[in-house]
Ligand binder design. Structure first.
Ligand code: SDX
Length: 392
């Protein structure tokens, strides 16, 4: 029993690890990062401040935050040879394929200088990864649209730098829109960490063998890409566009309930949240704020709102405790900001990198840590003798 929460002893017996970073109460729809509720962090903090909190365990002082932001800012450049690495991809390669490749390739640039037994070098590698992800993601987008790469500008914020590297062009000055910058920074906070989800567990399992952190994060990106996980934000917006108008919602709800139809409502349901995903609450509120501030609207948002309303009145979704998750509304905002759907999961990976490296650090710094080795329930044949092919 700690604080206001009690822990079901049975749960610890199935836990894959101990961690002090993020607490989720799926029945109560609670998400805490180092004890702070996600709603308060999303409303009052910044992605850089939340990154410091996840990495170091406490919210930073003004001076600590300034030093951390300065450190991150000075690691945003990529080695020039990595820029040529992009030219090996087809122009239409999915940005997640590019990010898997480029982040994995960072191993070739930093592998021999990252002694993971040294806490300081672990933190430098963590800072490098947090700092370079926006540059890598922006370059993946620029390459896909055939525009020149833009270098980071050190006088911009972490999120402002990413917006300029993504949407800026050399021919003119890029003005960061503060409304967009704040909304995207909040979206990064909402995606920063989420306990032992599939991609974080992938990073932990890869890291447990002593593999270098760049290779471990590349493994996490690969896992996140799947439509059941981080790929759901891209799939959810594509689904909303396919539905197109409120009159077609019943048809898709019927399909989602039909056991013979593999279709699922993308952005709905969660392995842990059997109540509302608190991040979806903040995300929906952010859509309203961004649309009001930019004076834009998108019929897809109306479809999403009505789909949520109709699904949450339907016995099937109520009985199975299926609610919108973090991916249901995120695409509506990202699309309004100007990102193509193929970049949505790349943005998720950008934000989740801080959670991945914080969880990796937490694991590697545990002196008792051992290589992960999941077991299985064997369902194959019992022992039998070999039969030569002449007798088969
Ligand atoms: C993320 O783990 C994390 O923390 C992940 C994440 C993070 O921050 O890292 O939160 C990010 O991955 C969010 C989830 C994004 N994925 C989607 O939105 C894809 C659509 N959702 C489903 O695929 C599903 O809900 C999962 C994968 C998210 C969760 O699946 P579970 O917990 O394994 O649930 P289940 O498959 O056991 O479903 C229980 C029942 C099943 O029906 P029955 O077999 O009991 O008859 O609910 C049904 C499912 O068929 N169901 C759905 C549904 N999700 C579950 N039916 C229709 N539409 C859906 N979306």
């Amino acid at each position: 029993q700690t604080g206001a929460f009690t822990y079901d002893p049975g749960f610890t017996s199935t836990a894959s690890c101990e961690s002090g970073l993020t607490f989720i109460d799926g029945d109560e729809g609670v998400l805490l990062h180092r004890g702070y509720p996600i709603g308060q962090l999303a409303e009052q903090s910044s992605f850089m401040e939340v990154s410091y909190l996840l990495l170091n365990g406490e919210l930073p002082s003004q001076a600590e935050l300034a030093k951390f932001e300065n450190t991150i800012t000075r690691h945003t450049m990529l080695h020039e040879q990595l820029a040529t690495f992009y030219r090996g991809f087809r122009r239409d390669a999915h940005p997640m394929a590019v990010m898997c490749g480029v982040v994995g390739a960072l191993s070739a640039f930093y592998h021999d200088s990252t002694d993971i037994t040294d806490p300081q070098q672990r933190m430098i590698a963590s800072h490098r990864l947090i700092a370079k992800m926006p540059t890598i993601a922006a370059m993946a987008y620029k390459y896909s649209v055939g525009q020149p790469f833009l270098y980071p500008k050190n006088d911009l914020s972490y999120t402002g730098n990413f917006l300029r590297m993504t949407f800026g062009v050399p021919a003119e000055e890029y003005e960061v829109n503060p409304v967009v910058e704040k909304a995207l920074d909040r979206i990064f906070i909402l995606h920063a960490d989420h306990e032992q989800n599939a991609s974080t567990s992938t990073v932990r399992l890869a890291g447990s063998s002593g593999a270098n952190p760049f290779a471990c994060i590349a493994a996490g990106i690969a896992c996140l890409w799947g439509p059941a996980h981080g790929g759901a934000n891209e799939a959810a917006l594509n689904m909303l566009h396919e539905i197109g108008r409120p009159e077609r919602i019943p048809e898709f709800i019927a399909r989602a309930k039909d056991k013979n139809d593999p279709f699922r409502l993308m952005g709905f349901g969660h392995r842990v949240y059997k109540n509302y995903d608190p991040r979806a609450t903040v995300m929906q509120k952010t859509v309203r704020e961004v649309f009001a501030s930019l004076n834009v609207s998108d019929p897809v948002f109306e479809v999403a709102l009505q789909l949520e309303e109709m699904a949450l009145k339907d016995d099937y979704f109520v009985e199975k405790k299926l609610f919108p998750n973090v991916d249901f509304y995120s695409g509506v905002i990202l699309s309004a900001i100007g990102f193509p759907t193929t970049m949505f999961t790349a943005l998720f990976a950008l934000a989740r990198t801080v959670g991945w490296v914080a969880q990796w650090n937490e694991m590697i710094s545990d002196p008792e840590q051992k290589i992960g080795r999941p077991r299985q329930l064997y369902t194959g044949p019992t022992q039998r003798d070999y039969v030569p092919v002449s007798q088969r």
